[in-house]
Design a protein around this ligand. Structure first.
Ligand SMILES: Cc1cc2nc3c(=O)[nH]c(=O)nc-3n(C[C@H](O)[C@H](O)[C@H](O)COP(=O)(O)O)c2cc1C
Length: 309
């Protein structure tokens, strides 16, 4: 499954990952502040046109009623699953006691989850962390609350809020959660290869794995993992030609989705990630200096794809 990543898992990237083997993908988080509805950022994040289902939309906030209203609005807009963000460690979100900061307030967590579950007819899931910090790893309590109020699946990043992305993700508590409740549990954090995916599945007994950063520039990872788990086979990574062909199509999709002006900017980080996995990484600097969508694509098609053909 593809993890939600704000600024990355937009509709084009979710579609690409699903095409190449992800079973599931969650939207970037959407603020529950409905006054932001008309902003360009929210409008892009609410666009699911043509995306194969299930359409899973993540919402973030701290006010139960606001979150419920956001859930209802997103279901009306096509969401088939609502995911609640209690994993984000960012200050901007956490300062308002959203994301993983909420884990310090189990009563509020319960109120939020139950209010959203009652508000919509679609399944509601929870994405969260182990707790706020080392001294307060309360994921077992949170998981029990989630099960009690009717949450349908738990996605657990094996770090605390305080850790942000530092240190290594740990999976022991995820295994304990899996044993203590009767909900699908999906493990997340630092899974970057088929071998690691299998190791985490075995160690946690979880029902699936969720991949974030390792899918950047490598949307092939989902099929690699699936094939390894189902058949024990390690499939060859894509060659440079294949990477460039997929990258070029993806860049064109980003230009279409965001329009040329925003599109070439959004494409830059993907270009860096895709090329990092090829022999053409020395071309990145040149490419990201281009300030025009058409020229960006021309450069890729004329210079890069030709070079490896
Ligand atoms: C750039 C970036 C943006 C993220 N945005 C979100 C988000 O919007 N919602 C969320 O629940 N998690 C978000 N995350 C966390 C990821 O979903 C995931 O839990 C985390 O990256 C650990 O998984 P990984 O090691 O496979 O990357 C984000 C992570 C990154 C790196």
């Amino acid at each position: 499954m593809l993890a939600p990543m704000a600024g990355i898992t937009d509709r084009p990237f979710r579609q690409l990952c699903k095409q190449l083997g992800a079973s599931y993908a969650v939207s970037e988080m959407l603020s529950c502040d409905l006054s932001l509805l008309k902003t360009a950022k929210t409008q892009y994040r609410m666009n699911h046109q043509g995306e194969p289902g299930p359409i899973a939309v993540q919402i973030a906030g701290s006010d139960p009623e606001q979150l419920a209203a956001a859930a209802i609005m997103n279901v009306e807009n096509g969401a088939q699953i609502i995911d609640i963000n209690m994993g984000c460690p960012q200050k901007k979100v956490a300062k308002k006691q959203c994301g993983s900061a909420l884990l310090a307030y189990p009563d509020l967590v319960k109120k939020i989850l139950s209010t959203v579950v009652e508000a919509v007819d679609v399944p509601v899931t929870l994405k969260t962390r182990l707790g706020v910090d080392d001294a307060n790893k309360n994921i077992l309590t949170i998981a029990q609350i989630a099960e009690q109020v009717g949450i349908k699946a738990l996605f657990i990043h094996g770090r605390t809020k305080k850790q942000k992305y530092q240190g290594e993700a740990s999976y022991g508590l995820i295994a304990q959660v899996k044993q203590s409740i009767n909900l699908p549990v999906i493990a997340n954090g630092d899974i970057d290869s088929p071998q690691k995916a299998l190791e985490v599945l075995e160690r946690t007994g979880s029902d699936g794995v969720m991949i974030g950063r390792a899918a950047q520039g490598n949307p092939w990872i989902f099929k690699q993992i699936k094939t390894f788990i189902e058949k024990g086979q390690l499939i060859q990574p894509p060659n440079d030609q294949e990477i460039l062909t997929v990258m070029s199509k993806h860049i064109a999709n980003l230009h279409d989705f965001y329009g040329p002006d925003r599109g070439y900017r959004m494409a830059r980080k993907h270009i860096k990630w895709f090329l990092a996995n090829t022999d053409l990484s020395h071309m990145v600097r040149q490419l990201i200096q281009i300030n025009n969508a058409e020229e960006q694509l021309k450069f890729i098609n004329l210079h890069l794809i030709k070079q490896v053909a």
